[in-house]
Design a protein around this ligand. Sequence first.
Ligand SMILES: [Mn+2]
Length: 437
Amino acid sequence: MGPVPDFAAHRQRLIEALGPHEAVLLFSSPHPIRNGDAEYRYRPDSDLYWLTGWTQPEAALLVRHGESPFTLFVQPKNEELEIWTGYRPGPTGAVEDFGLDAAFPIEQLPDKLLDGLQGISTLHYAFGRDPDHDALLKAALRASLRKSRRTYQDVPHTFKDPAVLLHELRLRKGPDEIEVIKECARITEQAFRALYTEVAPGVGEWELDALLTYNFRREGGSGPGYTSIVAAGHNACILHYIENDQVIEDGDLVLVDAGAEYCFYTADVTRTFPASGRYSRAQRQVVEVVLRAQEAAFAEARATKPYRAMHEAALRVLVEGMISLGLLEGEVDARIEDGSYKRYYMHGTGHWLGLDVHDVGLYHQGGASRPLEPGMVVTVEPGLYIAIDDDEAPEALRGIGVRIEDDVLITEGDPIILTEGIPKTPDEVEALCRVAR
Ligand SMILES: [Mn+2]
């Protein structure tokens, strides 16, 4: 058994942050149809999962101080339906196996809200996401208001987006979550290592895509945490290329951006490696600039430094590289100032990482880039992309797209590169590709 999130610890963090007359109401995400009557595999809402570990659809969570702070509403047991769609823990399972304080069938939510909202002045609820949930809550608020005329209790009159409260908590990972993300990284490493030994001219992008999914699941993950990008040659210049349907040609670089999902947390890694096992001189030059940019960003990945410093450090090195490669002319400061680098580097250098690949949490506080804190996990992903039809770029560089991405844990001291076991320098990668031959 691998590590698991400590949901009780997450609940404790929320209840400590919740005011005395505040409540939180969360709903599970919908179970979307793929086509016809076939459903996608269900993926729980990250907030609800973070607090409960509950992975089934049609659930709601009410959180408030009192005797049963965490009340979960779930699909009731139904022997007939369970034959079709699988085991349901039901309300009993929610309490006995998931450690919730109380649980009821989801049908009882309107009735239970009538009392559950009494004495609450501020409700953390995300209006506008689901009209059915909004309607259910509005009816409960009306009924609760009528009742309050007899009970003299508060009924919610202030509504806040739960993101403000919850996402600040999710942004700072606990020790349990760090172990889970390390497991995502371990699985992802196994899957990337397999790519190095399988890539060759004539292999389809889709084959590497399938190999990633195979190894993610084989190693204990649930699959990719987001749609894998397998981009050969100039497809790498399309930032979110997910068609993955082209044949890898001799001389191509292959950019793979993928991460294993485990306990619904995900890694997010990018490597750019040669189809033939050997980087061309131009390809190697671009990779080395991107690697230097990543090192510069790592040096800024420290508690109390502003989040933005990582991007600024990487950008400076990338622009220096653009000038030395002949993509831009003039001085670094002037090119950063006039934004001409955006032709070759048009995205940010990272994002928060956790249950969501672009994880929750604000990047700014009080109009400035927020300081990094221990427990935050970020990606660091500089890149350089030279379009195939860029007539102004040196010919040898056209069609080269390189991104290198690792997952980084901010600590009290040096950052921990959680995915550093996945080879990325040209020498390391070529050595592995050679082993395969
Ligand atoms: Mn990323």
